[in-house]
Ligand binder design. Sequence first.
Ligand code: PRT
Ligand code: ZN
Length: 296
Amino acid sequence: MDSEKRLKIAIQKSGRLADMSLQLLEKCGIQLSKSRDQLLCRSQNFPLDVFLVRDDDIPAFLATDVCQLGVLGQNVLREKQAVDNGKFVGLVEELPLGYGRCRLSIAVPQGFAYDGLASLQGKTIATSYKGLLGAYLTANNISADIVTMEGAVEVAPRTHLADVICDLVSTGNTLISNGLVETDVILQSEAVLVKNQIADAEIAQLCDKLMSRIKAVQRAAQSRYIMLNSPTDSLAAIKAVLPGSQSPTVMPLQGRDDMVAVHAVCEEGVFWDTMEELKANGANSILVVPIEKMLD
Ligand code: PRT
Ligand code: ZN
């Protein structure tokens, strides 16, 4: 492979997605220079350049092929696509990453007589998501005025800039403290790995390699290694209880004909009730340990 070719990924420089995105690369074994003041970090042990930018700029970095991969909220990507599909149509959501979860919702002031979307007819709605909101209103045959605000959308009704708002919600605390009630969810969102149409075969290969590492990290994070001793006659019952495991390893226990040791990788969470059920089926010495890395 041409050693000059490097894959380029854009992640958020600072903000809600920044730490998790950097940690994800680190968990993939990618070492980066520690300074985060700069725009660009080069990895020394993987042909990868990491651009640290504002999340809103990532779709343009991908559309212009400055980077081939980006990590951003689905809300940001879908909004850009809703506003200018021609420019961003080639960007593909490759992998949901399980963090940065939120939803884009409409919220009305307490006391607003809300009786379904029709109540928004002719109203003014403040949002930073005019593309997504506009498409949602059109799809539901509602005609309303959209006021675009870049921040502090939640104060718009109090300051009489708008009747209602459409904004991101995660805990819902911001809505509550501003006397607003969530009525409609327009979009559920999380951080996602986005890819452009990679033309270069070697870059595409690097991209596949990074993606398979990310998938392996995700699988390892949700998997557990479980070890237990089982009565030989309840082995079938014990295997049936083990969550998401394929073929457990069964080994003899020295000096015991009636018991065997069972080791298994469980690709689902192992909760207390599962352990209690294993115990109820005769298992003992049950150990559940996290898995650091996993590759098939
Ligand atoms: O500087 P840069 O442009 O990169 O960052 P930013 O300020 O635009 O974004 P940032 O860091 O705030 O958020 C980045 C991404 O995190 C968003 O695009 C979403 O995908 C995701 N995310 C997850 C959220 C939230 N949760 C969230 N709660 N983004 C924003 N919020 C805001 C929301 O706008 C509202 O003001 O938090 C408030 C509501 O929070 P709750 O918990 O009170 O409901
Ligand atoms: Zn932003």
